[in-house]
Ligand binder design. Structure first.
Ligand code: MGD
Ligand code: MGD
Ligand code: MO
Length: 703
């Protein structure tokens, strides 16, 4: 008998039962969930109090998970397009019809060239099983184009890898014991709530909290210091901090000598960055830089732990990779790694022993090496013709776990690509998103309450298991099942396409993590040293913290971190004088939850936060509808004259669904498809705009 039919799986019960699960969302916290099920219906989703990282606390979004799951607009049957592309006109069809029609189209294209087929997916669910397991097998067997999944974290991932050796760092729980916490490029209260609990503990115990962010976020407001630098200037700030550490000799010479590489070169580089030079570039008072360096250096003098929570805010500009490199060098300079509550944390994901090959079966490629398409440039790439350099024109697109029409940059081009009548598009979704509107077939997928999965985390070091709490709603099927059945319709007979979700769950970590523990408790903590780099042993080629990276130098790149100016430098254009950033809205998760009414009501309208000086200079009053524009496009949004915005920078929060925004577009209408210095990532926050009052003033949405 399968252990998966144990008592607490999906079974209607007369008594309420609680089912242990995992939050699937793209968030560092990866919470353990407890779902109450009564008579087969999920009535409540809570944080699991037995899981220390979750501590029984959920964010506002996921505590409303039942509202999302039983949403009246959940997709519950396969749909086929029956109107023009993008019109959103669909008719229901059976699974059999949908799958055989899709297979017929894909077979015809694959017979000419399978690389004309492209999967497009990201982290709608972070689950290892509902992510790239069966889907990966399917596309490998097909020989489809590969997708470079760069839209979020690759700039910083590369930066970190070239400095520390991987997505590794301090353990999040030890932030509670730090004396100084620098929250760098993150609105933790909105996007990393469970880290914030540890920071609060440290604050109560006397720690100083500093936030480095162009926006006065909810988090910045609650820290002792807020350094509101201009977007894209973080590396300059980090180099100036080094400059101060050097000139005051706040350096752990022993740690530097034994555990780092390239110190003399970095020292020379940093000495070019006086606090005065950095202050004028960053647009902050020089005293703020000096004072932060003093606080950081003082931790060395007092032998107290200093910790940096580095996050994604700084990565979404041209120099994002270098910025992460510069910041990641800091802890080694003061020997912060000697303490378990010192160092830096960006992502913990390399610590998880995920067996990707067992899940995705690269051997199914059978020696083929398909071309790779970067998901950030999907706008341009859907509009390319066949050429020797590009390869075949994209003829079919299969989208799952992502909403590219809303989230990918330069949406004008993305929409134009998706609107191609000759493009065959299949979208696996929970809802009729902006992307699903352009589909030829929409296939209903199950949610986390309805399927199995196994999760790694990127903000803590516990693996989690998700059990289904309820049966699939309507005709929805797990992604795995959809790809299994599609494989059968394609005539793929390899036995791996018959693997059950149970087999896939077990394959995620193989024997590296005790699966029985996952089944019994719902989570398992990785066995790791408290202070991983107290004695060096960085997972770099040299085993040291690499201030200088031979690997980067060998690629013809700068071996040292440096300030790399934005493509669109704040203040460089008279025509587009404002820098726009577009960080997450607290009650949405990227473009997920935008259609959940109770959450959308909290967020209200798409907003653009502006400083009073910038608003006054344009005759913009609070609440007025403004046109935000640049050469890539324009969008309409309500202006919020707000102290959260610094002069010269406007904040367009959240990835709204285009169709729920005022003029049928969103902030990505303005962002560009250029790429970061490392990792080929997106530059969402490297974006100059101008703002003017919209005439006429459109009516605002009523709740
Ligand atoms: N509620 C909520 N939580 C989320 C998400 C969400 O959409 N909503 N998204 C999830 C995802 S996919 C991710 S990748 C993570 C992101 O995690 P974080 O990177 O921690 O995201 P944010 O909380 O937006 O923090 C980014 C902050 O960086 C600031 N920022 C912008 N430009 C710069 C810059 O040049 N330098 C510096 N220092 N700061 C800058 C922004 O103003 C913002 O406050 O959050 C995840 N969690
Ligand atoms: N301007 C701007 N743009 C941004 C960002 C920004 O800060 N500013 N942030 C960027 C970042 S960090 C990221 S990570 C990307 C995120 O971009 P995406 O990964 O596309 O994330 P979401 O917008 O949340 O869309 C995920 C979709 O997956 C669906 N989904 C969830 N679970 C499942 C499932 O089990 N099966 C199927 N088939 N579908 C499922 C959800 O319903 C949702 O519509 O957006 C990026 N875009
Ligand atoms: Mo992300």
């Amino acid at each position: 008998m399968s252990i998966f039919s144990a008592a607490d799986t999906a079974k209607p019960a007369s008594q309420p039962v609680q089912v242990r699960g995992a939050c699937p969302h793209d968030c560092p916290d990866t919470c353990a969930l407890l779902t109450t099920v009564e008579g087969g219906v999920a009535t409540r989703v809570q944080g699991n109090p037995d899981h220390p990282q979750t501590g029984g606390v959920l964010c506002n979004k996921v505590s409303r998970y039942t509202e999302r799951t039983y949403h009246p607009e959940r997709l519950l049957q396969p749909l086929r397009r029956c109107g023009p592309k993008g019109s959103g006109q669909f008719e229901p069809v059976s699974w059999a019809t949908a799958l055989s029609d899709i297979a017929a189209r894909l077979k015809a294209i694959a017979a000419r060239n399978p690389e004309a087929i492209l999967p497009y997916s990201y982290a709608g669910t972070m689950g290892q099983v509902q992510g790239e397991s069966m889907a990966g097998r399917f596309f490998n067997r097909l020989g489809a184009s590969l997708l470079d999944r760069t839209i979020c974290s690759t700039a910083g991932g590369e930066g970190l890898t070239h400095t520390l050796g991987g997505k590794v760092g301090m353990r999040v729980e030890f932030f509670a014991e730090s004396r100084l916490i620098i929250i760098w490029g993150s609105n933790s209260i909105g996007s990393n709530l469970h880290f914030w609990r540890y920071a609060q503990q440290a604050k109560r115990d006397g720690a100083k909290l500093v936030c480095i962010d162009p926006r006065k976020s909810e988090t910045a407001e609650k820290c002792h210091e807020h350094i509101a630098l201009l977007p894209g200037t973080d590396a300059a700030l980090a180099l100036a901090l080094m400059h101060e550490l050097i000139t005051h000799d706040w350096l752990d010479h022993d740690y530097i000598a034994r555990h780092t590489l390239g110190w003399q070169a970095l020292r020379e580089r940093a000495l070019q960055w006086s606090p005065e030079r950095a202050a004028s570039l960053c647009g902050v008072p020089v005293e703020q830089i000096k004072s932060l360096a003093r606080d950081y250096g003082q931790c060395l003098v007092d032998q107290q732990p200093a910790a940096i929570r580095l996050n994604y805010g700084m990565q979404r500009v041209h120099g994002g990779g270098n910025a992460v490199r510069a910041v990641a060098c800091l802890p080694a300079l003061i020997g912060a790694w000697r303490h378990r509550a010192g160092g830096v944390l960006l992502s913990s994901s390399s610590l998880f022993p995920v067996d990707k090959a067992a899940l995705q079966r690269p051997e199914l490629l059978a020696g083929r090496t398909p071309r790779t398409i970067n998901m950030v440039t999907i706008g341009d790439d859907l509009l390319r013709e066949t050429s020797p350099k590009f390869g075949p024109k994209v003829e079919a697109l299969i989208v799952y776990n992502s909403n590219p029409v809303a989230v990918a940059p330069e949406s004008g081009k993305v929409v134009q690509g998706f609107a191609r009548e000759d493009l065959f598009t299949v979208v696996l979704e929970h809802f009729q998103t902006d992307t699903a509107d352009y589909a030829d077939f929409v296939l209903p997928a199950t949610t986390q309450l309805e399927h199995w999965d196994v999760h790694s985390a990127y903000g803590h070091t516990d693996a989690l298991l998700n059990r289904p709490a309820i049966a699939p709603l309507g005709q929805a099927k797990p992604n795995t099942q959809i790809f299994r059945e599609l494989a059968a319709h394609m005539g793929f007979t390899e036995t791996c396409f018959a693997d059950s979700d149970e087999t896939l769950c077990r394959a995620v970590y193989g024997d590296k993590i005790d699966f029985t523990e996952l089944l019994d408790k719902g989570f398992a903590t990785l066995k790791l040293p408290d202070a991983p780099f107290a004695d060096g042993h960085f997972p770099t080629p040299s085993g040291r913290c690499e201030f200088f990276s031979e690997r980067l130098a060998a690629q013809g790149l700068d071996g040292l971190p440096d300030h790399v100016p934005n493509y669109e430098t704040p203040g460089s254009s008279k025509e587009f004088p404002l820098a726009m950033i577009s960080p997450p809205a607290r009650n949405f998760l990227n473009s997920s939850f935008v259609n959940v009414k109770s959450l959308r009501d909290i967020e209200g309208e798409p907003l653009l936060e502006m400083h009073a000086l910038d608003a006054a200079a344009r005759g913009i009053t609070p609440g007025a509808v403004v046109r935000v524009f640049n050469p890539r496009g324009e969008y309409l949004v309500k202006a919020e004259v707000s102290p959260r915005a610094r002069p010269g920078v406007v904040n367009g929060l959240g990835v709204w669904w285009r169709k729920l925004g005022l003029g049928g577009s969103n902030v990505n209408q303005l962002t560009s498809q250029r790429l970061t210095d490392l990792g080929h990532g997106p530059v969402f926050y490297d974006c100059l705009v101008e703002v003017q009052l919209s005439a006429p003033q459109p009516a605002l949405r009523t709740a």
